[in-house]
Design a binder for this molecule. Sequence first.
Ligand SMILES: Cc1cc2nc3c(=O)[nH]c(=O)nc-3n(C[C@H](O)[C@H](O)[C@H](O)COP(=O)(O)OP(=O)(O)OC[C@H]3O[C@@H](n4cnc5c(N)ncnc54)[C@H](O)[C@@H]3O)c2cc1C
Length: 468
Amino acid sequence: MTLDVDGVASSVRHELESGVQGDVVYPGDRGYDRVRAVFNGMIDRRPLAVVRPADTSDVIRCIEFVRRHDLPLSVRGGGHSVAGHAVRDDAIMLDLSGMKAVQVDPEARTVRADPGLTLGEFDRATQAVGLATTLGVVSVTGIAGLTLGGGLGWLNGRYGLACDNLISADVATADGQLLRASAQQNADLFWGIRGGGGNFGVATSFEYQLHPVDVVLAGGLSFPLIAAPQVLRFYDDFVKAAPDELSTAVSLALNPTGEHTVSIVVCYCGPIDEGEKVLHPLRTFQSPIVDWIQPLPYAALQSANDERFPSGRLHYWKSGWLPDLTDGAIETLMQFVAHMPSSASSVGLQQMHGVASRIAPSATAFPHRAEQYDFLILSQWSDATDSDRNVEWTKALFQAMQPHLEESVYVNNLGDEGPERVQAAYGDNYSRLAAIKGTYDPDNLFRANQNINPNPFVERSDRVPRRT
Ligand SMILES: Cc1cc2nc3c(=O)[nH]c(=O)nc-3n(C[C@H](O)[C@H](O)[C@H](O)COP(=O)(O)OP(=O)(O)OC[C@H]3O[C@@H](n4cnc5c(N)ncnc54)[C@H](O)[C@@H]3O)c2cc1C
């Protein structure tokens, strides 16, 4: 394609604009900087054009357009991936954030949801009828990227991950087809999209199983960092023996008064009186600085973390699975957290528990099925001149934690860390994912992501057969 000075030749602009009903935004247009921006302020990329589809047919037309002109494509759901793959220099950015339809079926306890919804928008619709499903723990995150990578949230112990609650999805594939992926239709694709990210096509609609969830017993306990050895050892034993209804997380951070703290956040999604009994030992084994555990509307818990993650800050994250909170791991965390360069940063441990941990590793593309913690160093700061020291501190802590971490990592926490880390995110499931990629996207059109290469060694006849 011939590009003019603004990026896209006018004849090609005309073809793109007349093909889609939604907006197309170019460099220089009002709103261009807003629509190309993603959550992580470290990402400053300039796409050739941002296509904001009105509906599924626009998505398919956009896929056909980029294929015809051999243009790179990136796909944005909620824009919250820290790696920033939703936007790419000199590419067409398919921004799904305007597609927000949501249809709840209270009788069947299911919901069909568009890919532009945030968790908060999704919860608002399902909570109106007292239903919910596992998503994540910050309500401004997008459902699309979160679900396609796994989706670890407050209900994982009782109901599994977000991807475990997926009943079906509609996927626009590289050849311009719209396929339904479910246990009955295109089962290989359905297996792949439950953890394999956006590698196989653009998900234009998700159908989830919902569960009765209304008021939960939730909130947090905070202790001074100095108490971390006793607190975290007790916590580790306690949560591993806890019922599925309890899902928890830990955060090591600075509190608003400038004190380093270790906090435990809990969500018990069973009957409140039973939850009170379950949580009693955790609430009484030591005196916390704060105990704000109380019956809370589920949606209130879902947005309780939001203000700690405003869009546009500079972020650098490192992550891995932590099986146990050993003395050595706790000591390392304490040493580093005491010298955290940014007061906005934190170290998080999100518990994978119960139902989510018992599903077979090969049942979906998401392989990390064990009682363990998603260990995540969430460095964030506002001044670009502080970037080097924040990145260095994050890398140093991650390095120091190596003896305690598994090699594997949750794909949705990855930055741009290279193909070996993507393979580590999938372990034994990688070769099956590569074969499915070879079936649905053999030319790797969908490569602005944690990329699975179509397996060059699989003969076409050996590929997973395609069913429509
Ligand atoms: C503040 C914050 C809190 C978080 N908390 C949690 C949490 O509690 N639990 C958890 O599991 N994760 C959590 N995450 C990680 C989150 O799951 C990922 O960042 C995820 O990618 C967000 O999805 P998104 O749609 O907002 O992102 P985007 O950046 O829009 O998308 C990420 C990638 O997904 C793909 N993609 C997106 N939409 C589609 C689509 N419709 N079809 C095909 N491919 C698509 C694209 O490859 C895209 O590059 C959190 C992230 C942040 C920033």
